[in-house]
Design a protein around this ligand. Structure first.
Ligand SMILES: [Zn+2]
Length: 205
């Protein structure tokens, strides 16, 4: 281990750790920005667009259907395991992540705040009903025969670079009320829920 980092860990036995996309790139999950912070690709979808336009949702779900397959199969990397090990040694009091991949938990970390949520869960924007992502994947496959035969390169946040006629895509609605289902993650243009921010601040204090 880097000597300066080793010394830092010795000097600070109770850590609050914040992780972001760089922690998961070695697991094959692409990030949005390069080392200088510039956007590598077109900007991600905005919450307002997702809610207001059916065409945006058709595009989102067709791409995410394909992106979910490699995303959900990703395995934790060395950084995830190292952090889980430090927690097990009692050195990390709280880990807060901006990632939505659940890889910290998969590596064994327990004190995790998913600041931006987790892609494995959906929530109805009308009634609050929760659905699992696997339910959504099965629904999309059955409503859109042949979609699972398409191929696309993985993109950040479980997205995929897919080019097809999105206007033909049928998007499942909430099975309870017919409302719009959204991944239970914080989109760009959306606020992080207050209790999650409070939990992070509390841990820092
Ligand atoms: Zn609903």
């Amino acid at each position: 281990m880097n000597q300066a980092l080793q010394q830092f860990l010795t000097d600070h036995p109770r850590l609050f750790v914040l992780t972001g996309a760089g922690c998961s790139t070695d697991s094959g999950i692409p990030d949005y920005r390069d080392r200088s912070g510039a956007w590598k690709r077109s900007k991600p979808i905005l919450f307002q667009e997702f809610m207001q336009r059916a065409a945006v949702r058709q595009r989102y779900w067709a791409r995410s259907f394909l992106g979910w397959i490699p995303f959900s199969q990703a395995e934790p990397g060395l950084a995830h395991f190292a952090l889980a090990s430090l927690e097990a040694q009692g050195r990390i009091v709280q880990l807060t992540t901006q990632n939505v991949d659940g890889l910290h938990q998969k590596a064994g970390s327990q004190q995790v705040v998913d600041l931006h949520g987790n892609l494995a869960q959906l929530v109805c924007q009308n009634c609050g009903e929760k659905e699992s992502r696997s339910w959504m994947q099965e629904k999309i496959a059955s409503l859109n025969p042949g979609i699972d035969q398409l191929t696309a390169r993985p993109a950040p946040d479980g997205d995929a670079d897919l080019k097809t006629d999105f206007s033909r895509i049928i998007v499942p609605d909430c099975p309870i009320c017919g409302g719009i289902l959204k991944p239970d993650v914080v989109f760009y243009g959306e606020q992080v829920p207050r209790p999650r921010i409070e939990a992070a601040y509390q841990a820092v204090r």
